[in-house]
Design a protein around this ligand. Structure first.
Ligand SMILES: [Mg+2]
Length: 185
C-alpha cells in the first residue's frame, strides 16, 4: 500500500467519466482479497489485492458508495478480516451469506437497504455464474481475472456509461414512438 499512484490514477479515471454509478458492489474472495476466507483461520492476518484498497478509497472520495455481496459460508471470518483491514465501516451495505441463488438475493437486499436502483449499480466478481445472474437484473457486472485493479475499474466504468447511454437512447426512442402513436391514433 501507500503507492499514491494507484489512488491518484483511480481518482483521475473516475473524474474522466461523466456518468458514474451510485453504488459499486464487490465480491470478497478472489475479488477484493486473494483467498477463500473459509479456508483460513480467524487468527490469520489478511491482505487485499494490491490495488483494491486505493480503489475503494478513491470511489469513496469521489462520492460513490461501496457495498459487499459475498456468498462466503463463514461471514464471521469475513467480517473479522474486514475489521482487521480497517475497511469495514466504508461499506454502506454488507450482504455476506451463503445461498444457492447466484447473488440475486444479495442484490435484492442491497437495493432494499440503499434504495439504489439496479441500473445505478456496478458489480465486480470473479465467478461467471454470479456475473450472469446479476447482470440479468440490470446491474452492470464485470468479471475480474486477478482481483480488482485499475484495469477492471476502467472496464467497469466504461461499460457502466455505455449501458446508461443505451438506456437513455431506448427511453428516447420509446418517447418518440409513443408520441407518434398517440398523435396518429
Ligand atoms: Mg469470489
Amino acid at each position: 500500500m501507500g503507492d499514491d499512484w494507484v489512488k491518484n490514477g483511480a481518482m483521475e479515471m473516475i473524474s474522466s467519466f461523466q456518468v458514474l454509478p451510485k453504488l459499486v458492489v464487490f465480491d470478497l474472495d478472489y475479488t477484493l482479497w486473494p483467498f477463500y476466507c473459509d479456508c483460513l483461520s480467524k487468527n490469520s492476518m489478511p491482505s487485499l489485492f494490491p490495488h483494491a484498497k486505493d480503489i475503494l478509497y478513491a470511489l469513496k472520495d469521489k462520492g460513490v458508495d461501496i457495498a459487499i455481496a459475498s456468498r462466503s459460508p463463514t461471514p464471521d471470518i469475513a467480517n473479522d478480516f474486514l475489521e482487521k483491514l480497517g475497511i469495514k465501516s466504508m461499506f454502506v451495505a454488507q450482504e455476506i451469506f451463503s445461498s444457492w441463488t447466484h447473488k440475486t438475493d444479495h442484490f435484492q437486499k442491497i437495493k432494499q437497504r440503499t434504495g439504489v436502483q439496479y441500473n445505478e449499480m456496478l458489480f465486480f466478481d470473479d465467478e461467471n455464474r454470479n456475473i450472469e445472474a446479476v447482470s440479468k437484473m440490470g446491474v452492470t457486472s464485470i468479471l475480474v481475472d486477478d482481483g480488482v485493479d485499475l484495469g477492471a475499474l476502467r472496464q467497469g466504468l466504461s461499460k457502466f456509461s455505455q449501458n446508461r447511454s443505451l438506456l437513455e437512447k431506448n427511453k428516447q426512442r420509446w418517447r418518440i414512438f409513443s408520441q407518434k402513436s398517440t398523435s396518429s391514433g
